[in-house]
Design a protein around this ligand. Structure first.
Ligand SMILES: O=C(O)CCC(=O)C(=O)O
Length: 251
């Protein structure tokens, strides 16, 4: 497809899928750096940036937040190069790189991702931002592929409420409606495939029902420079969340 066809699909659906954005060697390079970070950097990261399904088990690592602030390799990956260029092309504007996240769903214990709109977390006006999601291995219906509600980015912000799910603290209260179910698109992805979605697009994922496969991916968040961030509201929410997670013994 041409660049304008990708952009058109992004505008119409609120998401796009590039089946082979990185080749296997490039994916392997990213995985090696990730393994280094998990071994050498994670022990120094603050607890509110490191989530385990079971915090007594290191193999249950499910999410890392703000990798770009903790490691130069991941800072470069977010700030420079092809993923940022793609974000700017799809939004049609310059962006501010905001967060590089690691998402895993460990075998057997990886929980579902509740239906949500990323923009609910971002506190932006107008809500213009994009998330780019890079599969580091095969992701399918068994280990919990991402599912989008096509066209939902045009339906406004839905009411969200606390979910109790570590790493995805807010979910859509009135999901699913019949119109959501009619437009759900599962997006299985091979290693190196890239999904990109608008901050208003509703998405969710099942848990990992496999007994042996992980489900590793990276999430790159970019804010459109035309959007103003309410940094006070964002920080207040982060502080409250951290206090709650500590109180509940989750971090
Ligand atoms: O990896 C997942 O299950 C969901 C990721 C997600 O919600 C996102 O990148 O916005």
């Amino acid at each position: 497809m041409t660049r304008s066809q990708w952009n058109q699909q992004f505008c119409e659906q609120g998401f796009v899928c590039y089946p082979s954005f990185l080749c296997m060697d490039q994916v392997q390079g990213v995985i090696s750096e990730l393994e280094r970070v998990i071994r050498d950097v994670v022990p120094q990261m603050p607890a509110e940036h490191v989530f385990y399904e079971d915090k007594t088990s290191q193999t249950s690592l499910k999410q890392l937040q703000r990798l770009n602030e903790h490691d130069p390799y991941f800072s470069d990956l977010l700030n420079q190069g092809p993923v940022r260029q793609l974000a700017e092309a799809l939004l049609g504007h310059s962006v501010t790189p905001r967060n590089l996240q690691y998402f895993n769903k460990p075998p057997n214990s990886g929980l579902p991702t509740p239906a949500h709109q990323d923009g609910f977390y971002f506190k932006l006006a107008p809500c213009r931002a994009i998330t780019v999601w890079l599969a580091l291995e095969a992701v399918d219906e068994e280990n919990g592929c991402v599912r989008y509600v096509s066209g939902s980015h045009r339906g406004g912000m839905r009411p969200h409420a606390k979910t109790g799910t570590l790493g995805f603290s807010q979910g859509i209260l009135d999901f699913p409606q019949a119109s959501d179910l009619a437009h759900v698109v599962p997006c299985p992805a091979q290693a190196g495939a890239l999904l990109a979605h608008d901050a208003m697009t509703i998405h969710r994922a099942d848990g990992n029902s496999s007994s042996s496969r992980t489900r590793r991916a990276l999430g790159f968040i970019y804010y459109d420079d035309r959007a103003a961030e309410d940094t006070d509201a964002w920080q207040t929410y982060q502080d409250e969340l951290k206090a709650e997670l500590e109180r509940d013994g989750k971090i």
